[in-house]
Structures are given as structure tokens and as C-alpha cells.
Design a protein around this ligand. Structure first.
Ligand SMILES: NC(=O)c1ccc[n+]([C@@H]2O[C@H](COP(=O)([O-])OP(=O)(O)OC[C@H]3O[C@@H](n4cnc5c(N)ncnc54)[C@H](OP(=O)(O)O)[C@@H]3O)[C@@H](O)[C@H]2O)c1
Length: 226
């Protein structure tokens, strides 16, 4: 069986990156939290490590570039406004690896409205910027950080995972499951247009129903526990 990937989380000091990083560390993966500043990465990592169960591999903290260089798979969790510049800075270090793009191209203040970016999806823009040497997989856009904060709990949501490389997609689905969610193969990277667009729909549902964690669940697919 293939060795589990070492994971770098770019901009991993926000709620989404910290939540995923903690869940993967609890599941036994080697995780490095990346940041623009080493001090911030180290301070967030110290907080997470204090909560880790005994015997788990401690998370590490590094600047984004060093984090990506040290790992086989990277996860991008920066706001859309930082997406292009961050990827251009890390393009060299990402070559030959998998990039999981979590970015939702929201346009404040109307974050409850679908507004497609110039390249139609952040995931497609990432692939165009990075070139064919990087296998971009898009995932986690529909998981609220409210779920991420409850780090010990299974999350009752599906994660739609899309990407053009089936092997990379399968690797990311294993990571989704390790993080306590259910991952579904959702086709090629072009489908990121629809998946990223679901997030403003979920934000509208949150507003209307007075909740913070609306998510999605697909019916009609056999599950392991059926
Ligand atoms: N919030 C949600 O419920 C949710 C759900 C699904 C997906 N997402 C998506 O996941 C991504 C991360 O969400 P989040 O709430 O964790 O974001 P966030 O807290 O706003 O930002 C995450 C990290 O990005 C880095 N960053 C911020 N501005 C930057 C800039 N101008 N240049 C480079 N790095 C910058 C910061 O890290 P350093 O200061 O340490 O460098 C920050 O801690 C977003 O694209 C979001 O749309 C969010």
C-alpha cells in the first residue's frame, strides 16, 4: 500500500486550515501548518499540539514555501483575494505534487450570491496558473468552519471531490475520510464551477434558517455502513 502523504497546509493558520490539520494529525498524518510568518505558524501549532491525543505525531509550523517544499501534498486555505499571488509564489515548490484547493471565490459583501471568478472556478484558475506538472484537486468548499471547530466529532456532510487525475482524487478522498467526513468522487476539475458555487447557496440557507453549518448530503449512493 502507498505511504500516506505528508501534508502542508498553505495559510493553515485560519479556521479551515487549523481544523483540517488537527483532524489529520489526530488520524496519524504528518502535518505542517504554513503561514506567511514563521512565528504565527509556530504559535498556532503549539495550541494544536497541546490538544493532540497522546502518541500522535506533533504538527510542525513553517513559512508557506518551506512547508510546501517539505511535503508531498499541499492544501490551500487562503481567502480568494490571496489565491493568485500565493500560488505564483509557490508554483516552483508545488511541481510534481498534488494541490488540494479549498478556496471559495466569494466576493464580499455579497457572499450569499454566486459570482463566478474570471477563470470560472478557483480550482480551474489554480490548474491554469500551476500548469500540468501539478495535479489540482478541489475539495471541502461546502464544509463550514463551525464543523471544523468541533474537532472530535464526525461531520455529517458529503465532501464533493473533483479533479482531472483519478489517482490524486482517490488520495484526497482518503484524506476526507481521515478527517471525519464522507468524500465522493465528483468528476473532473471543470465541476469545481458548480461545487464552489454551492457555498454561496449554503450561506443563503444559513442566513434564512438562522444556522451556521448548512451542508450537503447526496442521496442514492451506497455507503459503507448501508
Ligand atoms: N470559513 C468557512 O466556513 C469556509 C468553508 C469552506 C471553505 N472555505 C474557504 O477556505 C479558505 C480559508 O478559509 P478561512 O476562513 O480559514 O480563511 P481566513 O482565516 O480568512 O484565512 C486563512 C489564512 O490565509 C492567510 N492569508 C490571509 N490573507 C492573506 C493574503 N493576503 N495573502 C496570503 N495569505 C493570506 C492567513 O494566514 P497567515 O497570516 O498565517 O499567512 C490566514 O490565516 C477560503 O478560501 C474560504 O473561502 C471557508
Amino acid at each position: 500500500m502507498k505511504k500516506p502523504p505528508t501534508i502542508a497546509i498553505i495559510g493553515g493558520t485560519g479556521a479551515e486550515g487549523l481544523g483540517l490539520g488537527f483532524r489529520w494529525a489526530q488520524a496519524g498524518y504528518a502535518v505542517t501548518i504554513g503561514s506567511r510568518t514563521l512565528e504565527k505558524a509556530l504559535s498556532r501549532v503549539a495550541e494544536l499540539n497541546a490538544r493532540l491525543s497522546d502518541g500522535k505525531l506533533a504538527l510542525q509550523g513553517k513559512e508557506n514555501f518551506a512547508a510546501v517544499q517539505a511535503c508531498r501534498l499541499s492544501v490551500l486555505t487562503v481567502p480568494y483575494r490571496a489565491h493568485e499571488a500565493t500560488l505564483l509564489e509557490l508554483k516552483g515548490a508545488l511541481q510534481g505534487k498534488i494541490l488540494v484547493d479549498v478556496t471559495v471565490p466569494l466576493v464580499p459583501p455579497r457572499v450569499d450570491r454566486v459570482q463566478l471568478p474570471p477563470g470560472r472556478a478557483a480550482g480551474l484558475e489554480a490548474q491554469a496558473l500551476l500548469g500540468a506538472g501539478v495535479r489540482v484537486v478541489s475539495a471541502f468548499q461546502n464544509i463550514s468552519t463551525k464543523h471544523m471547530r468541533a474537532a472530535e466529532r464526525q461531520i455529517d456532510c458529503d465532501v464533493l471531490v473533483c479533479g482531472d487525475d483519478a489517482e490524486a482524487r482517490a488520495e484526497v478522498i482518503r484524506l476526507v475520510q481521515a478527517a471525519g467526513m464522507s468524500g465522493l468522487h465528483a468528476g473532473p476539475l471543470a465541476n469545481a464551477v458548480a461545487i464552489e458555487s454551492l457555498t454561496p447557496v449554503l450561506i443563503s440557507l444559513n442566513k434564512h434558517y438562522g444556522v451556521k453549518d448548512a451542508g450537503i448530503r447526496v442521496t442514492g449512493i451506497p455507503r459503507a455502513d448501508d
